[in-house]
Design a protein around this ligand. Structure first.
Ligand code: GUN
Length: 284
C-alpha cells in the first residue's frame, strides 16, 4: 500500500504564499494591513511558544500582529475591557485570547465578548452555531486546518466513517461538525467511551485530540485508514510526541500526519486565513 506522511509545513507554506500575495495586493490598492490582536494571560510556556509561532507567521505574510502579555492575576473585568476596546479598534481584524486561562477567568464569558466578525478562533457561540447549522462563517482553527489537509489530498469524504477521539470545544466537537458537513458518518469518543479500540477500528478517518502521548496503537487501526494526530505532548526529556504511536500506525494507514510538522502548522495557517477573511469583510 502506498503510504504518505503528510507534510503540514509544506502545505502550509503553499497556502501562506497565496495569502501573502493577496495581502500585498490589498496594500498596493491603498488599504491598511490586516491586524491580529493576541492576548496571553499568565506565563504558560507552551502558550508563549504558540504565540511566537503565530507572530512569526503573521510577519511573514504581512499581517500586523499585536500581542498583549497580561499578568496571571488579571481580572475577568480587565480582560473584558481590553476586548471591548479591541472590538472597536479599526486597525484590528481578529482577536485571539490564548487558552488555557487562569481559573478565575471563565472562557465562555471571554469568547462571547469578542465581536463575532473578529472571532478568528471561531469560538463565539454565534460562529459555533453557524458551523452547527451548516452555514459556517469563522471556523475553529485546528478543525479547519485538518479539513484543508484532507481537501489538499482530494479525499472524497462522502460516506466515510470518521472517528474522533476527544470531545473538546477546541478540536473534537467542531471537528465532528466539519466532518458531518463533508458527508462523513461521525463517531465522537470521550473519556467515558467503552471499548475505544473497537471504535478506532471502524475508522476510515481517525482524528485524535486527547493529549495522551502515543495512545493510539497501530494494531487497533483498520488497514488504509487516514490518521490525523492533533496531539502535542511534551515528554520529560523535552521530546514532542503526538497522541498516536506513529511507527506502528504507519504500518496500517494510507495517510498520516506526523507530530511535529503535521496539524500544528495547519492550525496557524487556518488562523491566518480567518484573519484575512475578517479583514476582507472589513476593508472592502
Ligand atoms: N490553545 C491551544 N489551541 C488554541 C486555539 O486554537 N485557540 C486559542 N485561543 N487557544 C489555544
Amino acid at each position: 500500500m502506498l503510504k504518505k506522511i503528510i507534510n503540514g509545513n509544506i502545505i502550509s507554506l503553499e497556502i501562506r504564499n497565496k495569502i501573502k500575495i493577496k495581502v500585498k495586493q490589498k496594500i498596493r490598492e491603498g488599504h491598511r494591513p490586516p491586524g491580529l490582536a493576541v492576548i496571553l494571560i499568565g506565563n504558560n510556556t507552551s502558550s508563549k511558544i504558540y504565540i511566537e509561532n503565530k507572530t512569526k507567521a503573521c510577519q511573514q505574510i504581512g499581517i500586523l500582529s499585536k500581542n498583549w502579555f497580561l499578568p496571571e492575576n488579571t481580572s475577568e473585568t480587565e480582560l473584558l475591557n481590553l476586548i471591548k476596546q479591541l472590538n472597536t479598534d479599526t486597525s484590528i481584524d481578529g482577536i485571539l485570547v490564548q487558552l488555557p486561562f487562569p481559573k478565575s477567568i471563565n472562557p465562555q464569558n471571554i469568547f462571547s465578548s469578542i465581536h463575532p466578525k473578529k472571532d478568528v478562533d471561531g469560538f463565539h457561540p454565534y460562529n459555533i452555531g453557524c458551523l452547527f447549522q451548516k452555514t459556517p462563517k469563522l471556523r475553529p482553527c485546528t478543525p479547519k486546518g485538518i479539513m484543508l489537509l484532507l481537501q489538499y489530498f482530494n479525499i472524497h469524504m462522502h460516506g466515510m466513517h470518521a472517528v474522533i477521539l476527544g470531545a473538546s470545544n477546541i478540536v473534537g466537537r467542531p471537528m465532528c461538525m466539519e466532518l458531518l458537513l463533508a458527508g462523513c458518518t461521525t463517531t465522537v469518543t470521550h473519556r467515558f467511551t467503552k471499548n475505544i479500540s473497537h471504535h478506532i477500528n471502524q475508522a476510515d478517518i481517525l482524528v485524535v485530540a486527547i493529549g495522551q502521548s502515543n495512545f493510539v496503537k497501530g494494531e487497533w487501526l483498520k488497514k488504509g485508514v487516514i490518521v490525523i494526530d492533533a496531539g502535542i505532548n511534551q515528554l520529560q526529556d523535552g521530546t514532542i510526541t503526538g497522541d498516536v504511536d506513529f511507527n506502528s500506525a504507519l504500518e496500517k494507514c494510507s495517510l498520516i500526519t506526523p507530530v511535529p510538522g503535521g496539524v500544528g502548522p495547519m492550525t496557524i495557517t487556518a488562523l491566518l486565513l480567518n484573519t484575512i477573511e475578517s479583514y476582507e469583510s472589513n476593508v472592502i
